[in-house]
Design a protein around this ligand. Sequence first.
Ligand SMILES: C[S@@+](CC[C@H](N)C(=O)[O-])C[C@H]1O[C@@H](n2cnc3c(N)ncnc32)[C@H](O)[C@@H]1O
Length: 208
Amino acid sequence: MTTTELAQEAWPQRFARRIKRMAGPWGVFLEGFLKEPVMVGSIIPSSRFTIAKMLAPVKWNECKLFVEYGPGVGTFCRPVLERLPRDGQLIVIDTNPLYIDYLKATITDSRFIPVLGSAADVEEIIRAHGHDHADYVLSGLPFSTLPDGVGEAIAAATHKVLRPGGAFLVYQFTAAARDYMARHFTHIDAGFEPLNVLPCKLYWGWKD
Ligand SMILES: C[S@@+](CC[C@H](N)C(=O)[O-])C[C@H]1O[C@@H](n2cnc3c(N)ncnc32)[C@H](O)[C@@H]1O
């Protein structure tokens, strides 16, 4: 925006832009929620307690490809990149262009690949980046509000792309995701994190 355009901007837009800048990633997350409330499903990113508990069972030394669905503003991306081996890759997939543009602008790690698309297309997305299988897939998707058929398609595609011994890591406010997972994963561990807005359920579906 040029200086002249800035001077001509109406005060409500100026005010909104200032609030968004002050709120940082939370402001971007909220803006994404206001545009697509059903697809985002939460007004606040996950807590550090949820992140630590969800990632605890991951064997990082065996992880070459970590995939994340619904990264939002990257709440999990930084902690994953901190733990990922130097020759690993993190592919994140989100349907919201606001979030993908934000991630491209703020995370410059060469192992990080943000993709605008749907988690249902995970197989072709990882193939396009030279992978046959993923070691771990993490999901923050709001399974209970996804359009009909999408949750089922995502659970099936995820089971297909995981290598044996890999896991589907899922956090959600409701148990909806577990029902989709149970159609494909015979071994599912469950947990709960109260220190999150809202408190959330955690699932680890292990591929046989
Ligand atoms: C609850 S937010 C995730 C928040 C973030 N991971 C965190 O921990 O704070 C859900 C995200 O899923 C994305 N999303 C919804 N449907 C999707 C789909 N089919 N494929 C990929 N991303 C999707 C939304 O755009 C949003 O970024």
